[in-house]
Design a binder for this molecule. Structure first.
Ligand code: SF4
Length: 237
């Protein structure tokens, strides 16, 4: 659909929001388009290959910049997601990982553990992520099956504070503004370019008029929809 950054940058916001579909967090679709605009304009339509340039792009944080450098460009860079940080903290520091943002000591641990070669480092990133997702899980790590059990300081210490203060309660979805915003966008995606959803049909999308109104306003503020004076809505052009 969009073979390079310039093609995505030149697409309309409505096309990008429609293609995003039900992936969730639709503001990310617009951030991706903004990122494509900058890649086209500032970097001659090529995704940059340095951390500082990548991190300067909209929607690109530490994790994404590191993942691009390691997996796409084969550079020796640790990719610090939650799973890798949990494994490293447990194995080398012998304490429970409490999540939050990436700390300098997480990066130091990863730099020390990362293999020397760039190719081996990319494999290490993927393998350690997988280990954290499937074996060294947050609440119930399967230590008896873990290939690192002989060297894990956390296991040797008796797994002190296992699972403490790390998982946020799962947010319910039914009845939330996220659900209502999703319903509104789902009603707009099938429409032809520039076509509006009449106010009467908008009003039928959700029974709580106040919640619907506030969700429409927030979608408008986020640039995800446009509201016409009479109350009809459409995806942005
Ligand atoms: S031994 Fe247990 S705590 Fe240590 S890395 Fe393996 S699964 Fe995680």
């Amino acid at each position: 659909m969009w073979p390079d950054a310039a093609a995505l940058a030149n697409a309309s916001a409505a096309e990008v929001i429609t293609a995003w579909g039900r992936l969730g967090y639709p503001r990310r679709a617009l951030r991706l388009k903004e990122c494509a605009v900058q890649v086209r304009d500032r970097f001659n339509n090529e995704l940059p290959q340095t951390y500082d340039e990548l991190i300067s792009l909209p929607g690109i944080g530490d994790y994404t910049a590191s993942a691009v450098l390691s997996f796409a460009y084969g550079q020796r860079v640790p990719v610090l997601d939650t799973n890798i940080r949990r494994v490293l903290t447990r194995v080398f520091a012998g304490v429970e990982s409490h999540g939050g943002s990436t700390k300098p000591q997480d990066r130091e641990l990863a730099q020390e553990a990362l293999p020397e070669g760039a190719e081996a480092a990319a494999v290490w990133n993927q393998a350690t992520m997988e280990l954290g997702a499937l074996v060294c899980m947050a609440k119930s790590p399967a230590c008896q099956e873990c290939p690192l059990c002989d060297m894990c300081a956390f296991l040797a210490a008796g797994r002190p504070g296992l699972g403490e203060g790390r998982t946020r309660p799962r947010q319910r979805f039914q009845g939330t503004d996220r659900q209502v915003r999703g319903i509104v966008l789902a009603a707009l995606r099938p429409l032809d370019s520039g076509q509006t959803l009449p106010k009467e049909q908008v009003d039928e999308l959700w029974s709580d008029a106040a919640q619907l109104g506030s969700c429409l306003a927030s979608l408008d503020e986020d640039g995800l929809i446009e509201i016409e004076p009479g109350g009809a809505i459409r995806l942005p052009r």
